[in-house]
Design a protein around this ligand. Sequence first.
Ligand SMILES: Cc1cc2nc3c(=O)[nH]c(=O)nc-3n(C[C@H](O)[C@H](O)[C@H](O)COP(=O)(O)OP(=O)(O)OC[C@H]3O[C@@H](n4cnc5c(N)ncnc54)[C@H](O)[C@@H]3O)c2cc1C
Length: 361
Amino acid sequence: MEKPDIIIIGAGIVGLSIATALSQKGRSIIVIEKENSFGQHASSRNSEIIHSGIYYKKDSLKAKLCVEGRELLYQFCREHNIPHRQCGKLIVATNDKEVLELEKLFANGSMLGGEDIKKIEPTIDAIAAIHSPLTGIVDTHQLMKRLQNIAENRGVIFAYGCEAIGIKRNNDFYGIRVADSDGEELMLHTKTLINSAGLYSEKIAQMVGIDTVKDNYRLYYSKGEYFRVSNTKPGVLNHLIYPTPEKASLGIHTVMDLGGGLKLGPNAYYTDKIDYDIDSSNRELFYKSAKWFLPFLELENLTPDMAGIRAKLQAPGEKERDFVISHEDKKGLPGFINLIGIESPGLTASLAIAKHVENMV
Ligand SMILES: Cc1cc2nc3c(=O)[nH]c(=O)nc-3n(C[C@H](O)[C@H](O)[C@H](O)COP(=O)(O)OP(=O)(O)OC[C@H]3O[C@@H](n4cnc5c(N)ncnc54)[C@H](O)[C@@H]3O)c2cc1C
């Protein structure tokens, strides 16, 4: 199949969701993925949290697609038996200044006092908290596996170990030069090309001839590390616990997995390279960031766990940017759909992003 109707570059959660949505109408689709399996980058290196959508700027794509995606995701998990739990989240304040900050940030949220918090989370220290009951956690691997499975059953071809290394436009077609893991090259052609290459999406945009600096599509990498908390009993916490948000990130918070394991993370710092090493000297920082609301934490119980990298459109110190999901026909690229800067809440929003792209196609 050298001329499929649609080619999708990237089999992360976003590419998989798009492939599943678009495969409903019998179109021929190939997903090109440079790794040997799906979801080896951001989609398996995140907090696995289904966000409620309370943080994002009103009327932004992030806000809209997070809320819509959250509902679609819960429904999908129920229908397909994907392990998940709507555990809810507490954003906690431990002093009066933070209480004011929470009141300002979440004017419509329901605020709990210290005694209410003790009843539902006896092991934490906080004088007030915003309760977000719609937040949850999901088994991302099972979710991606299921999406791939549905798409494959509808005829989508997943070309793993195949990297898009060049793109040329010929008449109505995009010619994509693909190299497999042995370095063998072949050309694929399509009229509809979807760029869901995550951290590498800026490179794909450059391959079709977009000036990513001029068009404000430059990507910056923001690393997030996690430390595992050992020596806690499963179920020590019932909710996800977040501090009052900082300017650059949501702050180091608790991350629970569905087996009852507990992690802290992610921190956030800009980096130039894509590597997933963890700087173990950050252990103290993690401890200090969370000890004040998790009194049971001990420094020696923190061990490096994993790291992920966010694909951010904003440079350090710049204002938060929205997702870019754009049919680039105005740039002279009809049929090229560009997804750039799909950072958090990209997992939560993935099924809604796919619907949005389906409408464009
Ligand atoms: C630390 C961290 C925590 C997060 N926490 C959450 C959270 O709790 N909840 C939430 O909703 N979101 C969260 N996110 C965001 C979420 O993980 C991402 O938005 C989402 O995974 C993005 O998916 P993607 O498919 O766009 O990218 P990726 O998963 O990165 O997939 C892109 C794929 O494209 C492939 N690719 C790249 N270039 C090429 C090429 N040339 N040829 C072929 N294939 C190529 C890559 O190999 C990769 O598999 C978090 C992100 C990070 C980093």
